[in-house]
Design a protein around this ligand. Sequence first.
Ligand code: AR6
Length: 184
Amino acid sequence: MTVTQITLVQGDITDQQVDVVVNAANSSLLGGGGVDGAIHRRGGPDILADCRRLRASHYGKGLPTGRAVSTTAGRLPARWVVHTVGPVFLTEDRAERAGLLASCYRESLRVAVELGARSVAFPAISAGIYGWPLDDAARIALTTVADEVAGGRAGEVAEVRFVLFGAEVYGVFERVWRALESEV
Ligand code: AR6
């Protein structure tokens, strides 16, 4: 059985040599700002072409929040991009939003496992333009992935890498991760 490591790095997700890069997309799948913009810019037009095909075949009304789909990674040093749609903190239903954010991580990991990925890089989904408070976004991200790993649902994935953009986001994830580790 594959042992899955959870790692945290500060950096740009478009630099990561991993099998799967997860994109914090929006339901249109047609690109945007933040990490989504960076992935499409660096990965090139093949990613958008795949997204358009997915829209035409399955997601004419948009990819629902909390779900995930895969495309080529184009020119990124990765094999696939898994696009997921995080909840918008202020406008999503309060009772449902944390479950939806957790679902982004679970569903993205599930798609990565189905693809046979051995390494997966996640950004801090919803913690930018979608306005999720960083501490809470980090706690949901880390506990959800840790639960999936502990539950044996990480397949052949040997590394789940959180790629945190900038010292502040990295610092929060690291602090939350240490606090969670000291609880077990
Ligand atoms: N590598 C890693 N993390 C990054 C990068 C990068 N290159 N660039 C930004 N981040 P955001 P959201 C961080 O806003 O909140 C888009 O327009 C960023 O600092 O990218 O889920 C989509 O199309 C933050 O910590 O995603 C949607 O409309 C984290 O990635 C909307 O934004 C997430 O910030 C999604 O908003």
